[in-house]
Design a protein around this ligand. Sequence first.
Ligand code: SF4
Length: 306
Amino acid sequence: MTILLQLPEGLKHKAIDIIEKYNLEDVVISASPMYGGCDIAIDEAKAIGADKIVHIGHTYFPLKRSINGIIVEYIPYNIDIEIDWPDLIDELKKNQLDRISILTTAQYHHLYYKIEQYFKNAGIENRVKKGPLCTEYGQVLGCDGTAVGDDVKAVLVIADGTFHWTAIPYNIAKKIPVYGLDPFTKKYVLVNDQIEKLHKRRIASIIKAAQAKSFGILVSTKPGQYSYRLAIKMKQELITLGKQAYILVSNNLDPNSISNFLFIEALINTACPRIVDDIEQYKKPIVNPDGYRKMIKLIKGQNVVF
Ligand code: SF4
């Protein structure tokens, strides 16, 4: 059985350890960048005739593109951390935040119940759900920070880096404090301002895009991001409204290549929804499908509530 091994950037240097740990034989290693559970290297697997893809570091992601009978095995990569955050406990208690939602990423999720118990011992209750793109309760993805439970007073996201902290939807962050905790430095920070800034930039993009005459509709061939049918519908709708529209397809949407399409004034993104946060790299307004609906209303002169 030929196996294609996929590793995220931070684990590529551990490829040999992982091959030995899981006794993988007849392995070919994917050298492509790999960003999330959405990113299954199906075209590479087909090219080498692989029977199976072993995808390290993420949990199962609902795929939109057929993987043609090739088995995909997701293996999370667990990282242990010290669960000892007295400063954060003091902060929560000082602000009477005794009912919170604790969210974390796949690499720390094996410790979830210990983390929950740690806060419970300090008198802080945890309430969470499971996001639709996640596998676990209390899990956060860059594109799914919706596991926040009902009637909580704050959100705590345990993850290294701001990408997952700012995945919490703005409609939650405008009501309750959202803390990001780096499990290595043990430092916590309130990220409501960062989430609001991203939200405002998305609104500004929608308003600017509504003025554009020519659009590029981005489609990724990654199986978890693939939305070609949606792109076709958008293209038809834009043409009906008197706009020019072109579908741009790639496995890995690269801002440098895309910015070379100088005749395109605005971008509609049907792929990873966090792409729009890289607006500086695309150098033109870029909107997700929810922003697209608002943009169409603006083009039609209809009222839009942001
Ligand atoms: S769609 Fe984007 S944020 Fe979601 S898992 Fe894929 S790369 Fe990460």
